[in-house]
Design a protein around this ligand. Structure first.
Ligand code: AMP
Length: 384
């Protein structure tokens, strides 16, 4: 009996454990909070990431460890990796934890990014804005996610406010200034690499964000510009450079027919939740297969999927449960503004049915406006 340890006990760990049950796996999660939602049905060690006693207990009870949370301190991941197999390796985590290291690596590998500059002090911000131009975005280098730790600058008058908002972080986690990309669309490559180096990517996913938080995804994305092979090649180059093992997401902006990499998530990713029902093998199962050295499953899509995120409040389940296309996921978390509480995936064999079911669900939930861009894309590009 193999026990997989997961650092972080959120919804990603929860969905991983669900995917691992048919493989006969057992799980143990570690989290800093006893309320972590995977702990509702997975045994859990509660402890601080830097608590060696808790880490030692976790290590003694698992055969292999992986992550649902990329901000586990790199030293803690290394401490564990010295004792048990850990995938992905701590270096992948360290690179992805730091927006500056990550974008620098992207550029070294020939993966284009928005223009960026490190900002460590106020004078750096002035110089960076002068070089990169407006509009731009100031972000924390570390510990930012879901749009947290970001400040958009539209005019020179915004510099003081940006520094007031994030300047205190400059000495702690560092800052990075990025050109604001007026992208036409956002896509992600969800890919998996096995211990033996076998690489597979799911079909390209298109994503929509609200306030920096993923709102909806659709896959397979339409790719009129034919960018998918280049996007997948970039993901592969990155995985090989990091000797990456497991699932990861590469988030890209599409702007004027070009791909610009925003960030890499060194774990299963929200933009891949559609794979649970919409692909032959889900991201969660393939992640487990990869970290255990098992053969990877097919990443082919099954039909067309739209994923709707429930952020802040859970809507009524009824309309999704009643839809023949609907699949409901409630993470069992208590509501809080900006918190991801669940999602729904609607999957159909054909775009017209998907559009109809999607329209019925969002109408019944009164969330028409939120998902209008997804519906508009579906109708404009798939239904002739
Ligand atoms: P991040 O936390 O970097 O993934 O940013 C969250 C979201 O903010 C992205 O998915 C984009 O929608 C938006 N965003 C971040 N960086 C940029 C950028 N340089 N240009 C335009 N939009 C951005």
């Amino acid at each position: 009996m193999t026990t997989v340890g997961i650092l972080g006990g959120g919804q990603l760990a929860r969905m991983m454990a669900l995917a691992g049950a048919p493989l006969g796996l057992r799980f143990l999660v570690m989290d800093t909070s006893a309320e972590a939602c995977a702990g509702q049905f997975v045994p859990m060690v509660v402890g601080d990431w830097r608590d060696e006693r808790a880490l030692a207990e976790f290590a003694s009870r698992v055969d292999v460890a992986t992550f649902d949370f990329e901000n586990v301190p790199a030293e803690s991941a290394e401490w564990l990796a010295a004792r048990i197999p850990v995938f992905p390796a701590p270096r992948s985590l360290a690179v992805a934890q730091d927006r500056l290291a990550e974008k620098t690596l992207f550029n070294e590998l020939g993966i284009g990014t928005p223009a960026f500059a490190a900002v460590d002090k106020r004078a750096d911000l002035d110089a960076a804005v002068a070089r990169i131009g407006l509009p731009c975005i100031l972000k924390t280098r570390r510990l930012g996610y879901d749009g947290k730790g970001q400040f958009r600058l539209k005019a020179a008058a915004d510099l003081d406010a940006a520094w007031a908002a994030l300047g205190a972080q400059a000495g702690k986690v560092g800052l990075i200034l990025e050109a604001f990309v007026p992208f036409e669309r956002e896509v992600s490559v969800l890919a998996v690499r096995g211990r033996d180096g076998v690489f597979r990517a799911w079909p390209l996913t298109e994503n929509w964000h609200h306030d920096g938080i993923l709102s909806a995804s659709m896959a397979p994305a339409t790719d009129a510009a034919g960018l998918e092979p280049a996007a997948v090649a970039q993901a592969r180059k990155l995985a090989e450079a990091l000797d990456y093992v497991g699932v990861f997401a590469l988030e890209l902006f599409v702007h004027e027919g070009r791909l610009l990499a925003n960030e890499m998530a060194p774990r299963v990713h929200n933009s891949g939740h559609w794979t649970i029902e919409g692909a032959e093998t889900s991201q969660f199962e393939n992640h487990l297969r990869a970290v255990l050295g098992l053969p990877l499953g097919s990443t082919a899509a099954v039909g067309l999927s739209a994923m709707l995120n429930w952020v802040g409040t859970m809507p009524a389940a009824g309309p999704v449960l009643e839809s023949p296309a609907g699949h409901w996921h409630d993470y069992g978390k208590s509501p809080r503004a900006g918190r991801k509480l669940g999602h729904a995936t609607l999957r159909s064999a054909d775009p017209a049915t998907l559009a109809r079911e999607l329209a019925a669900v969002v109408e019944a939930l009164g969330r028409w406006q939120e998902f209008a861009p997804l519906l508009a894309r579906l109708r404009a590009e798939r239904i002739g």
